[in-house]
Design a protein around this ligand. Sequence first.
Ligand SMILES: [Zn+2]
Length: 272
Amino acid sequence: MCIYSIAMKQSRLGGGCTLWTMERLFWPLLMMAWACAGTATEPKPDKLPPAGKAAGANHATPAHGGTSLNAEEVLAALKLGQERYVAGTLKHPNISAARRAETATKGQTPLATVLGCSDSRMPLEFIFDQGIGDLFVIRVAGNVADTTEIGTMEYGVGHLGTPVLIVLGHSKCGAVTAAVKGGELHGLIPALIDNIKPAAAKAKAAGGTEAEQITEAIKANVFQSIADVLKRSKLIRDKFTAGKLQIVGGVYDLEDGHVTWLGAHEADAKPH
Ligand SMILES: [Zn+2]
């Protein structure tokens, strides 16, 4: 029996569930649910399968049956989906009940790990015309790569063996705009914006109008997130430097739906 089900039964048996208890149970239960989402035979995140065959120039063969596509094939598929989205000719693949049942039973084998902004105007599966089980998505305001985001990316890249990691910013990003404009921020938002400040400072130092600075900061913030991931995650850094993982930055245009691909580093930030 799934440990998540056991935990839920135990929590019900306890009765009189207080807010305090619910709060204490939330994260452990979330992690258990995550573990249950895969196949019953999946190793725990702290016992990752060998990553050597997980990605790269050759067809990927993760230990528990990840995608068989290599990085180039994944990016080609996503770019084709992007073209369909821009053209308004979406196929909406892999959203059938059969696909849902298949992925629920056999586990997930996503093509790519994608870090994007939470902005409701950039629905990532639609943007790439993908369906259930196709993308391992992390969405957070300003597409920042802080501890929990990087941990989630490690799960996608290391455990699920996606051969591609995409970091996607977007035009008119409110979080980046806030970092460039400054001003008073409330609650826990300052801690979020701290991740974007280096990119905002770089863009402001380059001069130009405020609108130009925001546009540049959006691009710089994509590279900042990639740099943060590579700096803090040995797992992802090792796979990237060994050529077993392709990292790609991009900026999504809210108006025309087009993704401008930027590469992995500022130095190769040429649209292609
Ligand atoms: Zn945004």
